[in-house]
Design a protein around this ligand. Sequence first.
Ligand SMILES: C[S@@+](CC[C@H](N)C(=O)[O-])C[C@H]1O[C@@H](n2cnc3c(N)ncnc32)[C@H](O)[C@@H]1O
Length: 272
Amino acid sequence: MPHTPFRDSAMPDAVSDAAARAAGEPATELTSAPAVAPARFRAPMVSFVQRSTRLKDRQQRTWDELAPRFVIEPPRVVSKTSVQPEFLFDAAATFGRQAPLVVEIGSGQGEAVAHAAEQRPDTDFLAVEVYTQGVAQTLQRIRQRDLTNIRIVQANAVEVLTTMLPAACADELWLFFPDPWHKSKHTKRRIVTPSFMDLPARVLRPGGVWRLATDWADYARQMREVIGADERFTADLHAPRFEGRVLTSFERKGLDKDRDIADITAVLSAGV
Ligand SMILES: C[S@@+](CC[C@H](N)C(=O)[O-])C[C@H]1O[C@@H](n2cnc3c(N)ncnc32)[C@H](O)[C@@H]1O
């Protein structure tokens, strides 16, 4: 997985301000009326790197065939991982039914989401991933398992959670093995920070569950500190392994290095 510093260089003010708040940065002040202001761009900190990717021929064929059905293509603002703030995801219309919704942030190669979608056919899954190879591999898993209850959006999860998802739409939110940004000069890129907490609180329904896992001890410490301090959630900061979480190749790498795996769950209280 990419671990190189990157700034998403083209994000207009409305979106970037929301993303900036979630990234713990001050939002931009508009200096004139939005209707007449020239387009101004700033670059909030993001939790990922973006690389140009060339898909293999087989992946490209799968993409061409399956993406129209399984990849949500929101209108973009400028960068290819942005989401126009007016775009709203309608799960019932997309899946053609009313069903519980699980949203996975940073779904990687789609191992966890594809496994869960197969195990839970009565639940719908939205995988959020910026990495083109990851989206392509998720599409291949969808094909191999003949799944119908997954959609993927290739976008910055901060924007997806800030504007694309309706409030209180998700029954579960998953964040498994987010990039640890282990060098001290990069830890500010970690996605779980106090200012990020408004986003799970926004998209989960009351009683909804946020599930997290990490193999990086210092990130586990940070997650426990941040989530444990948020009174909107009732947290189990040393939760048992979530049985619905399949062993991914990323987790396998952590285990091979003798790292401890930390599971955390946080239930959103009613009336927040
Ligand atoms: C370390 S990998 C873990 C992947 C997967 N969850 C697993 O357990 O194997 C983290 C993933 O999160 C993605 N990611 C990081 N920041 C993201 C963001 N803001 N929005 C969407 N995806 C993001 C990365 O591209 C990467 O695929």
